[in-house]
Design a protein around this ligand. Sequence first.
Ligand code: 13P
Ligand code: SF4
Length: 359
Amino acid sequence: MADGMFGLSDELARETAPVWAKVKDHVTPMEWPAQAALIHEINQLKRERDAVILAHNYMTPEIFHGVGDYVGDSLGLAKEAARSTAKIIVQAGVHFMAETSKILSPEKMVLIPDLKAGCSLAASITGADVRLIKQRYPGLPVVTYVNTTADVKAETDICCTSANAVQVVEWAAKEWGVDRVILIPDEFLARNVAAQTTVGIIAWQGRCEVHERFTADDIAEMRAAYPNAEILAHPECPEEVLSAADFAGSTAAMTDYVMQRQPKQVVLITECSMASNIKGDVPGVDFIGPCNLCPYMQRITLTNIRDALLHLQFEVTVPEDMAERARLAVQRMVDLPPPLVPARYDLFKARHHVAVELI
Ligand code: 13P
Ligand code: SF4
């Protein structure tokens, strides 16, 4: 971009040129001056406030490339929250991620730019539900997906994400000396994990409203229209979608797959900001739809991130006794070594056909 282009000052144009190069397929030249100014303001506020922005892979490209200090999947964000030395964490993601950061870093101020950035999975279950489940299945470990509220985590033995769910389930079964574990609240993640382990799974009927909409027919249509495209799916999708895909893994695992293998054509069966974010780094890869956006992730914008830093809003807190119990569950997960073969659902496809017991 030439200095001064789009009406930006030469200095701002120079400063934001690397970001523009990454977002220009997504942001129009008309939108860019306002966004470039916000990116500059946010990065300055971060320095003044000693703040760090932890951005999920589903953030829009101007957030992901423009202001995210750390970008990644749920597991990576949790690890970074524990590691960061900044005074303030701004969670560019959804509320359960901000709570997880607060649980792991109680001394830091954790801000979420919009309190309505929720999650259908986190909303599907409460701590009271988990207490009832424990009464029904005494002695079985409770493995909880990180997409849950702090009061659910407080009732949990160990958390997992889509990057390590199989490893965590197998660890819990061994540690408790049992052959079944409770894996809640995502029914599809539970079914996809059950296909890869001999450990019995007891599941809850929670759903991600973004991933539950994908069907095996969508994949068949994609294959017919683009026979050479490689199809990658997130484990929150129904099992028939994963069985029809070429690879499944967390958002970070899908990103690594595309970066390393650089397929000519790829379909990402997940929230569609992912494709927009990776595109800029792999110009030779052709990303083909579909596009499902997460309405909760989309609530986070450059404007409300700026306001979060300016007015120190909206602070996310977790009562200390709840946080202490939840911390044990999250920290256990963070302390596990990285999975030896992360998210290679393709290798294990249909290895087992264990019936999943639904609560
Ligand atoms: P991961 O980034 O852990 O794959 O999770 C996806 C998700 O749905 C987060 O909301
Ligand atoms: Fe929740 Fe699904 Fe949105 Fe992730 S994509 S925040 S799991 S609703």
